[in-house]
Write a protein that binds this ligand. Structure first.
Ligand SMILES: *Cc1c(COP(=O)(O)O)cnc(C)c1O
Length: 470
């Protein structure tokens, strides 16, 4: 935009042309995602992004095409299975434009975005089997959702916490070994301290109830106040699920708040049998954290916390100083406001990505994609087991497959080989695995939350792994 002052385009027609060009480029990128794997950033990319190095001008679109679109994080590609990263959806393009055009502040007040977020929460609440008395809020992701849930859990046992702080009371929390670091970080941020997180060993892939009971008794005898039990619905490393009904019984028995980390795995609730049953009991939790940007495929970022009892949710966050007082009518109407359910006052419309996705493709398409991803992980496991030197790290439960490329080597050499294979396949654009340690060995790990993956992608990737195997 070639003018010295002013923040609206001087010529909206010129802008219209640029914006249409951007939309075409974005659609091309999505349509041809299979031809656009991750690639390393050129050495001068930092310099190219330097603010003000070039005159503000109309070549922005060219720069986006040459400097921005090619250097994405790889997760749009059909053979990207590293970490747990969703692919993004075509509906995101439409949602992003609508969100930018409305630019709603979702902290509260009376406008369409608030009604839309409530609709998205209500849909999710029903999918997870929570009662109508439940509440929720869209957040950046499970990390933030976890902080919100734990704060509400803490309020249940420390009614004056908001005014007085935690003081000398030592709260303790319980979670299965392998719980995501989001739980650790939330306890640190809230001043509870990660030393007060007891990581309970697993038995058959699930939290060991007997050890939990013993640990609770020991902590109580030691003067601690146990308050929180965290269950996994899809552990990050291996995709394991706790027996959530058993955890709900334990939480009742020991008066603990039950929080379920369902960042990706909660969505098996939409899948066919047998995967649907993995989350049985999730409806009994006090809170659930989950992400739309992982296994609901919507673009970053969007997660949600659901809290079973709205009163407990509000008790932890609601506060309305004079400058935020609501009114019966007008823009300041439409209680409740989302600022009373979380950390942020000003917030963007994340729900619109979920809403557009569900309204564009329909719920069944998501259920099918999630089921299909589980089938792809099972197929990968089957293929691994057919190859003489490869070996699974753990039986596949849902959508996560871990394996070593050559189990005839000593552990240290396997680790080295697997790490090298992951790197080579990333760098040559073939496929993206990440790595994790299983029984001390660095293994290749695929977490399939990718609606573009087909059986041919799985086979091609394993062929490529085999080719790199001495
Ligand atoms: C990704 C993940 C988290 C953290 O969620 P973010 O959305 O990245 O903040 C927590 N738990 C599990 C199991 C995860 O996979």
């Amino acid at each position: 935009m070639n003018h010295k002052t002013g923040l609206d385009p001087l010529d909206w027609n010129t802008f219209r042309g640029q914006a249409h060009k951007m939309l075409d480029a974005a659609i091309d990128q999505m349509e041809n995602a299979a031809d656009r794997p991750w690639q390393p950033a050129p050495t001068d990319l930092q310099d190219r992004y330097k603010i003000g190095a070039r005159p503000a001008s109309t070549d922005l679109l060219d720069r986006i095409q040459t400097d921005v679109l090619p250097y994405h994080g790889g997760n749009i590609h059909p053979r990207f299975w590293g970490w747990v990263q969703g692919t993004g959806l075509a509906s995101d393009l439409i949602a992003a434009m609508a969100a930018a055009a409305t630019n709603e502040n979702m902290g509260g007040r009376d406008h369409g975005g608030i009604y839309m977020e409530r609709a998205v929460i209500d849909w999710t609440r029903k999918k997870m089997g929570f009662p109508e008395s439940a509440s929720g809020i869209c957040v950046t992701g499970t990390s933030q959702a976890t902080v919100i849930a734990f704060q509400a859990a803490r309020l249940r046992v420390l009614k004056n916490l908001r005014a007085t702080g935690q003081g000398d009371i030592r709260l303790t929390a319980y979670a299965p070994v392998g719980v995501h670091n989001a739980t650790v970080k939330a306890l640190q941020l809230l001043g509870i301290g990660s030393d007060n997180l007891r990581q309970i060993p697993l038995q058959d892939g699930k939290l060991n109830a007997e050890i939990l009971r013993e640990t609770l008794a020991a902590d109580r005898a030691d003067g601690a106040l146990p308050f929180l039990l965290v269950g996994n619905a899809g552990s990050v490393d291996l995709g394991l699920f706790d027996d959530l009904n058993q955890l709900a019984d334990l939480a009742d028995e020991h008066e603990l708040w039950l929080h379920v980390d369902g960042a990706f795995g909660a969505w098996t609730r939409l899948a066919d049998a047998p995967w649907h049953g993995l989350t049985d009991g999730i409806e009994r939790a006090d809170s659930i954290a989950l992400d739309f940007h992982k296994w609901m495929y919507v673009g970053y970022d969007c997660g949600m916390v659901l809290i079973r009892d709205e009163d407990e949710h509000r008790a932890a966050f609601a506060a309305r100083p004079a400058y935020l007082e609501g009114t019966a009518q007008g823009i300041a109407g439409n209680e409740p406001w989302f600022c009373d359910y979380g950390i942020d006052l000003s917030r963007g419309n994340r729900a619109i990505k979920v809403w557009c996705a569900l309204e564009m493709f329909g719920e069944q398409a998501f259920a099918d994609a999630i089921t299909d991803n589980c089938r792809m992980a099972a197929l990968m496991a089957e293929d691994v087991e057919k190859r003489p030197r490869m070996r699974l790290g753990h039986a596949v439960v849902s959508n996560v497959c871990t394996f070593t490329a050559n189990d005839t080597l000593p552990p240290a050499q396997q680790s080295e080989l697997n790490a090298e294979i992951a790197l080579t396949l990333q760098q040559n654009g073939t496929a993206v695995f990440s790595t994790t340690r299983v029984d001390g060995i660095v293994m290749l790990r695929a977490a399939i939350v990718n609606h573009r993956t087909q059986a041919s992608d799985i086979r091609a990737a394993l062929d490529a792994v085999a080719d790199l195997c001495p």
